[in-house]
Design a protein around this ligand. Structure first.
Ligand SMILES: O=C1C[C@@](O)(C(=O)O)C[C@@H](O)[C@@H]1O
Length: 238
């Protein structure tokens, strides 16, 4: 998957959403942790959009509770041609992830290497479901995520609209340094970041096809986000 320009991901647990996503999305983020039988679904997939595979751990806001199994499944997923990118948590890259007992589990590097062998890009992600860290931590986290991944992604929680300002500055700074990043602020006060961050360099946006199936707080539905981003991009040529 090419992240040289902005990629809008239709986030879903159900690959049958793909035909409805096609008009507005550039790829499907398959939330494998929210799906019943994700590998069977990948096996049956015959959609047009490429897939960004995510198997989010419970300890990072997802529903996959066994880290070893989770990463094994993710490793298998990258073998499918349609899977052109994979999401791995920064914590998994740092220490292999953790099992439910807090012990280091299997190695994130192994999944990343397998992904690259199969031509898939690696998105290394970091989430804060409570708040937006200060500028220093934002910049350091983006930098570290970009060391491991082709894209470094930071999703924070905005408690006030102004929290987004730091995120945008960090996004712009990382992009100016040549890093490829994706940023967004979760929660209602951060909602506008999803439309605005791409103007400052964020290369991935996430939106559900059906607003009732949002995969994070504050997401716009796909049609709305596409329209907002295209409208703002059209107005920001100066
Ligand atoms: O990490 C992210 C970003 C996200 O949490 C968001 O805020 O849009 C949505 C998730 O599906 C995705 O894996």
């Amino acid at each position: 998957m090419n992240f040289d320009s902005f990629v809008l991901a239709a986030a879903t647990a159900d690959l049958h959403d793909e035909p409805d996503a096609r008009e507005h999305a550039d790829c499907v983020e398959f939330r494998m942790d929210l799906a019943d039988d994700p590998l069977t679904a990948l096996d049956a997939y015959d959609g047009e959009l490429p897939i960004l595979a995510t198997n989010r751990a419970e300890w990072d806001g997802g529903e996959a509770d066994d880290d070893a199994t989770r990463l094994d499944v993710l490793e298998t997923a990258v073998e499918y041609d349609a899977v052109e990118a994979v999401d791995i948590e920064l914590k998994t890259m740092r220490d292999g992830g953790t099992t439910g007992t807090g012990q280091p589990g299997v190695d994130g590097e192994r999944v990343a290497a397998h992904a690259r062998e199969h031509g898939a890009n690696v998105v290394v992600s970091w989430h804060d479901f409570e708040a937006t860290p200060g500028m220093g931590e934002l910049q350091e986290t983006l930098r570290e995520a970009c060391e491991y991944g082709d894209v470094g992604k930071v999703a924070v929680t905005a408690q006030a609209r102004a929290d987004v300002l730091d995120l945008l500055v960090a996004t712009r700074a990382a992009t100016a340094e040549g890093d490829t990043v994706a940023t967004m602020a979760m929660g209602e006060p951060g909602r506008h970041s999803r439309a605005v961050a791409p103007l400052y360099g964020s290369r991935i946006g996430y939106a559900p096809v059906d607003p009732a199936e949002a995969t994070a707080p504050g997401q716009y539905d796909l049609t709305t986000l596409r329209k907002l981003i295209d409208t703002l991009a059209g107005e920001s040529q100066a």
